[in-house]
Design a protein around this ligand. Structure first.
Ligand SMILES: Cc1cc2nc3c(=O)[nH]c(=O)nc-3n(C[C@H](O)[C@H](O)[C@H](O)COP(=O)(O)OP(=O)(O)OC[C@H]3O[C@@H](n4cnc5c(N)ncnc54)[C@H](O)[C@@H]3O)c2cc1C
Length: 482
C-alpha cells in the first residue's frame, strides 16, 4: 500500500470515534471548529511526506516497500540523527508546535522491540512476534499513533494496587480465550483523537501485587468502550492576526477512558508479567525524551528570531543588556542541540537497536525544562509590554481607530506599526497567552516531570570513578564495595 495523502489521513479519522469536547459529543473531529485545527495540524505529517523538499528525509525503502521513516527502527547513530532531523522538520512545518502522531508511537515501537525480545526469549511467549506483526501493520498501512502511558494515578505516594479504588491505573478485568478486557483511564493523552491507533503501556515499575496493572496493548481509536474527553486548554484564539500560530495549529490532549475495552491477544504486548513493567516504562522514555529534545529546536529558533526582530523593531539591538540576553538565548539553544547530537553519538546497542545515551538525553531535557521560563522572560523583556496591551485585529480594521494604531505604534524607522504589531502578536501567541502557558507546562511536565529526569540522571551515571578519584586525592581508604 502506498503512503497515504493528507486527505486520505483526514478521511480515516471519520470513523465514529467517541470524542467529547466541552460537554458535547463530537461527530467528526475533522469538521469541528476547534478540534478541526488539530486534525489539520496533524495532517502536516502526511503532507510533508509528499513535499519534494522532504521526501528523501521522510521516506525510506524496506524490503522493496516505501515506508515513512518514522517506522524505521534506529540501528546506528546516523539513524538517530536523521530521526532527529525529521522530527525537527515536521515540527518546523507545524510552526514550532510538535505534530506528534508518529513520533511518540515510534518511540514505543523501538522500546517495545527491545523489551519484548527479552520477554519472548525468557518466557517463551510470542510477545516479540506480536509486536513485530503490529509494527508491520502500522508501517504498511501508514497509520497515525497516539500513546497513553500516564495513568490518572490517584495518590502519587501509592502504587496501583494500593489506591483507594482499583481504577486509578488501567488494569485487566477479564482474560478470555481470544483476548482481554481492560478498564481504567489515562490522562494527558496527546493527539490520540487524531490518530488511527492508540498504544498503551505502563507508567512505572510494578511489583507482583500490581500484576493486573502490568499491561501493554494497542487498539484502534474507534474501539468499542474507548472514550476521549478532550481538553480545551491547549488552544488559542480564532484571529490569524492576533494569534498567528494558535489560530491554525493545535494539539489536543485527552482524558482517555477504557470502559471495558476488548483487546485481542495479538495486540497484547504485556499482560501480568509485572517484572517487565519497568522495562517498558523506562525503555519508552529513553526514546521519548530523545524525541522531546529533538522537537524543541524549532521553538528555540523561534525564541531567538523573535528576540532579534523585537530588539530591532524597538531600536535596542545594540544595547548591552539585549546582547547579553541574546547570547543566553543562543547558548540555551546550542546547548540543547549539542546535547541531542551527543546523545545520538553516545548511543548504546540493545537487541540490535541504537538507544540514545540515557544520561545525556535526560540532562538535555532537564536543562531545557529547568530554563524554559527564564528564556521566555528574556523574549518578553526585549519585546515590551505591548505584547499584552496592544490593540486587536478589529482595531486595525475599524476606520475610526486604524489610523491611530498605524500612526502611533511604529518602531525604529523602517519598522512600521503593522509589521511591529504582527511580530508582537506572534510573541504574545507563543510566549504570553494561554497557548504560551500551555507551552510552559509542556516544557515542565511532558515526557516526564523535572524530578523524573533527575532520578534518571542519578541512576544512569556511574559515580565510582569520581568517588575513587576524590578518595585518592584525599588519601582516604575506601571500605571494600559491599
Ligand atoms: C502537554 C502535555 C502532553 C502530554 N502528553 C502525553 C502523552 O501523549 N501520553 C502520555 O502518556 N502522557 C503525556 N503527558 C503526561 C506527562 O508525562 C506527565 O504530565 C508527567 O509524567 C507528570 O505526571 P502528572 O502530570 O500526573 O504529574 P504528577 O506526577 O502528579 O506530578 C506533580 C508533582 O508531583 C511530584 N510527584 C509525583 N509523584 C511523586 C512521588 N511519588 N513522590 C514525590 N513527588 C511526586 C512530581 O515530581 C511533580 O512535582 C503529557 C503531559 C503534558 C503536560
Amino acid at each position: 500500500m502506498p503512503l497515504r495523502t493528507a486527505a486520505q489521513y483526514l478521511e480515516s479519522l471519520r470513523d465514529d470515534r467517541l470524542v467529547y469536547y466541552r460537554g458535547e459529543r463530537v461527530a467528526d473531529v475533522t469538521a469541528h471548529p476547534e478540534l478541526g485545527k488539530g486534525a489539520r495540524h496533524c495532517a502536516i505529517d502526511y503532507a510533508i511526506a509528499d513535499d519534494p523538499r522532504h521526501r528523501d528525509l521522510v521516506r525510506y525503502t524496506e524490503e522493496g516497500r516505501e515506508l515513512n521513516r518514522f517506522y524505521k527502527l534506529p540501528r546506528t547513530t546516523e539513524d538517530l540523527l536523521r530521526r532527529r532531523e525529521m522530527i525537527a522538520e515536521t515540527t518546523r512545518a507545524g510552526r514550532a508546535l510538535i505534530v506528534l502522531i508518529r513520533e511518540i508511537g515510534s518511540d514505543f515501537l523501538a522500546a517495545g522491540h527491545i523489551v519484548t525480545r527479552a520477554m519472548q526469549e525468557r518466557l517463551k511467549a510470542p510477545y516479540h512476534d506480536r509486536l513485530r506483526a503490529y509494527h508491520r501493520y502500522v508501517a504498511e498501512n501508514d497509520l497515525a499513533m497516539g500513546v497513553a502511558q500516564t495513568d490518572v494515578k490517584g495518590d502519587r505516594s501509592r502504587g496501583p494496587s494500593e489506591q483507594e479504588h482499583p481504577d486509578y491505573y488501567v488494569r485487566v478485568v477479564d482474560r478470555q480465550t481470544d483476548g482481554i478486557v481492560v478498564r481504567g483511564a489515562k490522562a494527558h493523552t496527546t493527539n490520540a483523537i487524531f490518530a488511527n491507533e492508540l498504544i498503551v503501556l505502563p507508567p512505572r515499575a510494578m511489583g507482583e501485587a500490581d500484576r493486573e496493572y502490568a499491561l501493554s496493548f494497542a487498539v484502534p481509536v474507534n474501539a468499542r468502550g474507548l472514550k476521549f474527553i478532550a481538553s480545551p486548554f491547549s488552544g488559542g484564539g480564532d484571529s490569524p492576526i492576533d494569534h498567528p500560530v494558535s489560530s491554525r495549529h493545535k494539539v489536543a490532549d485527552t482524558l482517555t477512558i477504557f470502559d471495558d475495552v476488548f483487546v485481542p491477544w495479538d495486540r497484547v504486548f504485556l499482560c501480568g508479567e509485572a517484572s517487565y513493567a519497568g522495562a517498558f516504562a523506562l525503555g519508552f522514555v529513553e526514546y521519548h525524551r530523545f524525541t522531546a529534545i529533538s522537537y524543541k529546536l524549532p521553538l528555540l529558533d523561534l525564541m531567538i528570531g523573535c528576540a532579534l526582530l523585537a530588539a530591532d523593531a524597538n531600536g535596542i539591538a545594540g544595547a548591552g543588556h539585549v546582547r547579553d540576553k541574546l547570547s543566553r538565548l543562543i547558548a540555551y539553544r546550542e546547548t540543547v542541540r549539542a546535547l541531542t547530537v551527543a546523545a545520538a553519538h553516545e548511543c548504546t546497542l540493545r537487541a540490535g537497536l541504537a538507544v540514545p545515551s540515557t544520561t545525556v538525553t535526560n540532562i538535555a531535557k532537564q536543562y531545557f525544562a529547568e530554563n524554559y521560563h527564564a528564556m521566555v522572560q528574556k523574549v518578553q523583556d526585549i519585546a515590551g509590554g505591548l505584547i499584552v496591551t496592544g490593540p486587536s485585529e478589529e482595531d486595525l480594521k475599524n476606520p475610526e481607530t486604524k489610523a491611530y494604531v498605524e500612526h502611533y505604534l511604529g518602531g525604529k524607522a523602517g519598522f512600521g506599526s503593522v509589521n511591529r504589531l504582527k511580530l508582537l502578536n506572534l510573541i504574545r501567541d507563543y510566549f504570553a497567552s494561554s497557548f504560551g502557558g500551555y507551552h510552559e507546562l509542556l516544557a515542565i511536565h511532558a515526557e516526564g516531570s523535572l524530578e523524573a529526569q533527575k532520578i534518571t540522571i542519578l541512576r544512569g551515571f556511574d559515580t565510582s570513578d569520581a568517588v575513587a578519584f576524590a578518595a585518592e586525592c584525599a588519601g582516604v581508604d575506601l571500605p571494600p564495595a559491599r
